[in-house]
Design a protein around this ligand. Structure first.
Ligand SMILES: Cc1cc2nc3c(=O)[nH]c(=O)nc-3n(C[C@H](O)[C@H](O)[C@H](O)COP(=O)(O)OP(=O)(O)OC[C@H]3O[C@@H](n4cnc5c(N)ncnc54)[C@H](O)[C@@H]3O)c2cc1C
Length: 251
């Protein structure tokens, strides 16, 4: 697989199991907000690569990623120790269906993510086109503990000061989160999004709502089943429809 060698610029550890990092962006690297790319390290002289959602803006000078630490994970047991100046392998071809061109026009875009499944939404909420195409945008992030909410200051307040999308985000973006292990949420209902969709307390309408799903297999499986039952249709970049998904990890 084609890849380039990039330099780590910054690393931020959010807690013991979660960190984000920025790397140099090759001039020829183009991507759509919400896409993912292969990323990794040289291990014993061989490339060890994994899929990673790109968290940065498609117009950013650097590339940013949010990573889990799986203690015995082949890549992340090593990647967790990266420091500025270290080298990272970056795949040459970003791909993925969590892009606005993969959903047909609608009024309200819902971005449902669990854990590191927040990363593509960080890219999308910085994209002015998202606010031009949709009247409302909701990021719904499900984590285990309150401390697992990466980028919470950005979503709570800082995005509103962004020179490019600040005004639109302040008007149109809602950031909701649920911490399931401690039964806390930003909106008073500590249940998982799937339970709220099922009993109608989080209403969704295939005529006007568009949904993107990223994260754990159980959330994706359950959410897509509920959406199918409601008349939503899964789309791709070549066949846009009313919802899209990315199965990011098994657990
Ligand atoms: C399309 C796509 C996008 C992805 N985007 C990201 C991303 O932005 N950030 C990220 O950290 N990972 C992401 N992943 C998962 C990533 O590819 C690796 O699995 C992860 O980096 C762990 O690699 P590893 O070699 O250490 O362990 P692996 O051998 O890959 O995984 C070991 C175990 O950890 C679980 N696991 C892996 N990743 C996660 C995770 N993110 N959250 C919870 N459990 C996990 C797996 O289910 C598996 O059981 C994505 C995967 C896909 C398919």
């Amino acid at each position: 697989m084609a890849y380039t060698m990039e330099k780590v610029l910054r690393v931020r550890h959010w807690n013991d199991g979660l960190f984000s990092f920025c790397i140099t962006r090759p001039p020829s690297f183009r991507f759509l907000s919400g896409q993912f790319v292969m990323l990794g390290l040289m291990v014993d002289g061989k490339p060890l690569l994994r899929a990673y959602s790109i968290a940065s803006q498609h117009y950013a000078e650097e590339l940013e990623f949010l990573s889990i630490i799986v203690p015995d994970g082949p890549l992340t047991s090593r990647l967790q120790h990266i420091q500025p100046g270290d080298e990272i392998l970056l795949g040459a071809k970003p791909v993925g269906s969590l892009v606005i061109d993969a959903v047909v026009p609608g009024k309200h875009l819902h971005l449902f993510g669990t854990g590191t499944g927040l990363a593509p939404w960080i890219s999308l909420v910085h994209d002015p086109e998202v606010y031009e195409r949709f009247d409302r945008v909701t990021v719904q992030h499900t984590v285990r503990h309150v401390e697992d909410r990466a980028y919470f200051t950005l979503l709570d307040t800082h995005l509103a000061n962004d020179p490019l999308v600040g005004e639109m985000a302040a008007e149109q973006l809602v950031y909701d989160w649920v911490a399931t292990r401690v039964a806390k949420s930003s909106h008073g209902d500590p249940r998982r999004i799937t339970e709220r969709i099922r009993d109608g307390s989080y209403p969704l309408n295939p005529e006007t709502d568009r949904v993107m799903l990223c994260g754990s297999m159980p959330m994706i499986t359950e959410c897509s089943k509920l959406l199918d039952e409601m008349g939503f249709v899964e789309g791709t970049l070549s066949h846009p429809a009313t919802y899209v998904l990315e199965r990011a990890f098994a657990g």
